[in-house]
Ligand binder design. Structure first.
Ligand SMILES: [Zn+2]
Length: 292
């Protein structure tokens, strides 16, 4: 009887299945919102870290925000999105958006890219040790399309996952925790090729998409390690995306142009590359889950 009590207590302290997404700006989570919604529905603990409040992002409609109010507005938009997805409130690291590469915002002393890496790593280590994720989702080394904050998040996430497991580092930031894998949320090139075909069919201008291809961004289909079916979570995904109203607009919103049916088809899968640990040489298996 005593043993049984002890076992119950032990079971209770085992970490539940846990996923932590680490991104740079409110709305970065949009492309994996279906995955986050699916895992939280399946009983996992799902957290979201956002390094900045996207304070130098665009404002689609001046009625929504001014440059001064944009941080508060975008924080509220992200809280709206996490509620729509059904996950915990976002954890902000409270750094400043560094802006697109080559803009004056890059020089701001509080810009995320200018922060001492050890400070960022320390904050992330504390969060990782508290939340004990099996899987950490973040950007790949290109940051998706080269945004300096996205690339910084990729770098800091790797450093923090390594440091979180090392009992000799950040000793006041909780017990060591070993993350099982880092997954990059990505798009296969075939995703954009299909989108381009659809837009051409519809007679839309694809110049900006062509630039994307010229930059060589995206991944080949055979580089994709995990594909998550999120068809049953599309409504939550769209509701979450819909929260980021300051980020709508622009003529290059291809997603809005492909039509509802095609959009639902394209958005019903989310794609990941396992960034760490390296895939074993004899492992060519495509997976349909991020967790074991
Ligand atoms: Zn971003």
């Amino acid at each position: 009887m005593r043993l049984r009590v002890v076992m119950t207590w032990k079971d209770h302290t085992l970490p539940s299945r846990s996923i932590l997404a680490i991104f740079a700006h409110p709305d970065d989570e949009s492309f994996c919102a279906g995955t986050l919604a699916r895992y939280v529905s399946e009983g996992a603990s799902v957290g979201l870290v956002c390094a900045t409040r996207g304070e130098v992002g665009e404002i689609s409609d001046p009625a929504l925000a001014t440059p001064e109010t944009l941080p508060q507005v975008r924080e509220a938009e992200l809280r709206c999105a996490t509620r729509a997805i059904g996950i915990d409130d976002p954890i902000f690291l409270d750094y400043r958006d560094s802006g697109m590469a080559g803009t004056p915002e890059n020089q701001h002393p509080d810009a995320f890219i200018n922060i001492d890496p050890e400070l960022v790593t320390g904050k992330l280590v504390r969060i990782i040790r508290e939340r004990k994720p099996e899987v950490v989702i973040t950007f790949d080394e290109t940051g998706g399309y080269g945004h300096p904050d996205h690339i910084a998040v990729w770098r800091h996430t790797h450093a923090a996952v390594e440091a979180a497991a090392d009992g000799g580092r950040f000793t006041d930031a909780g017990e060591p925790w070993q993350v099982s894998r880092i997954a990059y949320g990505v798009f296969p090139r075939s995703f954009f090729m299909r989108m381009r075909e659809k837009l051409v069919e519809l007679g839309e201008d694809t110049t900006d998409l062509d630039e994307f291809f010229e930059m060589g961004l995206g991944f080949d289909d055979d580089q994709i390690d995990v594909t998550i079916d999120v068809a049953d979570y599309l409504d939550r995904k769209f509701a979450a995306t819909d929260c980021h109203k300051t980020q709508f607009g622009g003529d290059n919103n291809f997603f809005a142009k492909v039509g509802e049916e095609e959009l639902r088809r394209m958005m019903s899968r989310e794609y990941f590359v396992i960034g760490w640990p390296a895939r074993a040489a004899d492992d060519s298996g495509m997976r349909d889950s991020l967790l074991d």
